[in-house]
Design a protein around this ligand. Sequence first.
Ligand code: ADP
Length: 306
Amino acid sequence: MSGRVVVVGSLNQDLVVNLERMPLSGETVFGDDLERHAGGKGLNQAVAAARLGAAVSMVGSISADSAGDFLMKVVNEEGIDATHIARVDGLSGTAVIEVERSGANRIVVIPGANAKVNADQVRAALEAIPDIAVVLTQGEVPADAVHAAMATGRARGARTILNPSPVQDYSDEIYDLVDIAVPNEHEIELITGRPAPTAAEATAAARRLAERGAGTVVVTRGANGSVWSTLTRSGSAGSFTVRAVDTVAAGDAFCGVLAAAIAEGRSLSEALRWGSAAGALAATRAGAVPSLPRRDEVEELVNIDH
Ligand code: ADP
C-alpha cells in the first residue's frame, strides 16, 4: 500500500560563482562563470522521493519572478505536485555560493520566500491533499510551519519525519509530534549538547532526543552509516562502500528516500537501507539535484549482498 509523501520545505535558487580566489574585504576580483541550480533542502528531498517513484506534493513558497519560474520548471520536470507552492512577492530563497579553484567555498543563504511559509498555508494544504502517508520537513522554513506540518500530518494519520537541518531551537511540543527525527552527527550534538563522534555516543544522544518526544531518532554518520534509538531500543544501519566525490545532498537523498520507502510500507530497517543506498549514490556525483539517484540505481545497490 503506497501513499503520498508531502514535503513541507524550502526551494532555493543556488547561484554558484566559480572564481580563482575569494576577494578580500573591499577588493574586486573577476569570476570565471556563474551557474544557477535548483536547491533548498525541501526541494532536494522532494526530488529524491520523486525519483524513487513516490507520489510527492510540495508545500512551500517561491517568488513571482523569473527565479520562481525556474524553480517551478524543475518541480514540474520531476513530476512533483506544485498545487500548494505559493507564489509570493519579493525574492525566492537564494543561496550565493562562491567556490574557489582550490575547492574552498563560502555560502550566503537568503531565506526570501521560504521565510513566508506559514502555519495556515501548511494546515490548509495538508487538509486538502488526499492519501498522505508521510509528511517530511526540515529547518529551512519557519518553526510554526514545521509545527503545523507535524501536527496536521499526525492528525491525518501520516508518519511524520523531521530533518532538523539547519538546527533550530524547537520545543519538546514539536518533537512530541515527530515519528522519526533525522539529524546528522553535528546536528544531534547541537540539539542535545552531547558530542556524538562514535556510534555509541551518537546512539546515546539519539536516545536523549527520543526522551524529548521524538519516536525514533536516526543519526546519520556519513561514510559510517547511521544509528537509531527509541526510548527502549536501538540499532544501526551500515553504509555502502562507494568512491565519494562530493557529499553535498547525501543527507537530503537519505531523508527523501527514507520517506518514500516508508510511504511504500517498508519497515524502518528496510527504509534505512534504502536511504543509505541513496545517500551513498549521491556522494558519488557532484552537485545537489543532479546527484540524486533514480529508483533502479538505488534498488540495484540495496539488493547487493542481500
Ligand atoms: P549530511 O549530508 O546531512 O551531513 P551524511 O553525510 O551523514 O548527511 O549522509 C547521509 C547518509 O548518506 C549516511 O548516513 C550514509 O548512509 C550515506 N553517505 C554519506 N556519505 C557517504 C559516503 N562517503 N559513503 C557511503 N555512504 C555515505
